[in-house]
Write a protein that binds this ligand. Structure first.
Ligand code: SF4
Ligand code: SF4
Length: 413
């Protein structure tokens, strides 16, 4: 029931109730929230707390899949003759809300709230985050390559719904086939004049909103300023593809493309799978673990979360599951013990948000959230660079994530 930023949903179904794929199973009256739908036909087995990839344990609706459930398949062919003029701004916004779409790149901000025109903060430019800069993850790449028309249809629909005059698709230069496919669709379809493709240098981190805006437009977004305040809207590839499914096919956000990778998995790949599938089911589907698998991560190697409970369900924002071996993690790191901060400043030098990660981390460790907030903890984009370079092996990013969760819990009270 917690798959987005904002108010979690409350279950709208009861134990033993039959549900059909696409039925609403969770909802909220809050302004910032998004509906949750069943991805399968089945019966509600339980409503109980389950492991959550980020928040510890959260309320979940557990559904026994019925034997005659039909697997939902992607329908990229439905967008061959897409015509933007068939959909009004109101229709698009309504479909996004009804489908429960949220930012699927990781943030999980409800898309209807983000995209809806706002008189106080009018949006003029949309930037599509097509970078997918973390190693291993390729699900957005496959969407751009295999469902190009669907992806571009989603971009045009979000542009129309938001009122943005211009769209820049920011994509890294290590994806030449996707760049060619997108340019081909843009040059052969109508309503593409205001959309361009900006090829970027491949580097990490690039997918954070501030970094992307700077790379695409050369604009520096100051700390404390969010993109809508300066007329910008950032959305990602999966969100655009889901928007096209919602508007054109009337489908709720129940499935997504997801990468299962790492040397610890026998048959890695990209899958279009029901949201809520457990990590263990996905690993089994990929042939299981190799003998030297030691770590399972939900998300990428830099920004993801290690998980211990294999029954953890995927959510709308889960783009990948990695299973890493001792060799991939690095023997030194695998065995390394955390030591005291030696004040080397490396974490400060690499932080793309110009923060002082060591001081934020030590504040969180001391449970001094006021001090952590004075160091601007909320501006951290959780890129993981500080932890990566720390010679003392301090889990700086993990501490910052914990600090943010504690902040959110305090705010809820
Ligand atoms: S994870 Fe570390 S390096 Fe990355 S933005 Fe946060 S504090 Fe800076
Ligand atoms: S990189 Fe690690 S050891 Fe160096 S200042 Fe930052 S936290 Fe301390």
């Amino acid at each position: 029931m917690s798959q987005h930023i904002g108010a979690p949903c409350k279950p709208t179904v009861a134990k033993r109730q039959e549900v059909k794929a696409g039925d609403v199973i969770g909802d909220s009256d809050a302004f910032v929230s998004a509906k949750i739908h069943s991805p399968v036909d089945g019966v509600v087995k339980d409503i109980a707390n389950r492991s959550h990839p980020v928040l510890g344990r959260e309320l979940a609706v557990i559904i026994d899949v019925s034997e005659d459930n039909t697997a939902k398949l992607p329908k990229p062919e439905s967008f061959e003759s897409f015509n933007l003029q068939d959909y009004s701004q109101e229709q698009i916004l309504e479909a996004i809300t009804t489908a429960g779409i949220v930012g699927m790149g990781g943030a999980g901000f409800p898309t209807n709230v983000k995209v809806a025109p706002n008189e106080k903060m009018p949006k003029h430019t949309m930037i599509v985050n097509a970078c997918e800069c973390e190693p291993y993850i390729t699900c957005d790449y496959r969407v751009m390559l295999e469902w190009t028309k669907q992806f571009i249809a989603g971009v045009k629909l979000i542009q129309k719904a938001s009122g943005c005059k211009t769209v820049h698709i920011g994509i890294e230069n290590n994806k030449p086939k996707a760049i060619a496919a997108i340019k081909e669709v843009l040059s052969s379809t109508s309503d593409s004049e205001s959309i361009d493709v900006v090829t970027l240098k491949t580097k990490y981190p690039q997918g954070g909103e501030r970094q992307l805006i700077n790379a695409v437009m050369g604009k520096v977004v100051p700390t404390g300023v969010i993109p809508p305040m300066i007329g910008l809207l950032v959305c990602n590839v999966a969100t655009a593809a889901a928007t096209a499914e919602a508007v054109v096919l009337g489908q709720a956000l129940t499935h997504r493309a997801l990468t299962v990778s790492g040397k610890g998995i026998k048959n890695p790949g990209n899958f279009y799978c029901p949201i809520g599938t457990s990590v263990s089911d996905l690993i089994d589907h990929c042939g299981g673990l190799t003998d030297d698998a030691v770590k399972v991560v939900l998300g990428g190697p830099m920004m993801g979360f290690s998980i211990a409970d294999m029954e953890t369900p995927t959510t709308k924002t889960s783009g990948s599951i990695l299973v890493l071996t001792k060799k991939e993690i690095g023997k030194a790191n695998y065995l390394a013990r955390q030591t005291n901060c030696i004040k080397c400043g490396r974490c400060v030098g690499v932080c793309p948000e110009n923060l002082i990660p060591c001081d934020i981390a030590s504040s969180v460790r001391a449970r001094d959230l006021d001090r952590a907030n004075r160091f601007n903890m909320s501006a951290c984009m959780e890129c993981g660079c500080c932890s990566y370079v720390c010679p003392a092996n301090i889990e700086i990013t993990g501490l910052i994530k914990t600090g943010k969760i504690l902040n959110a819990r305090n705010n809820r009270k």
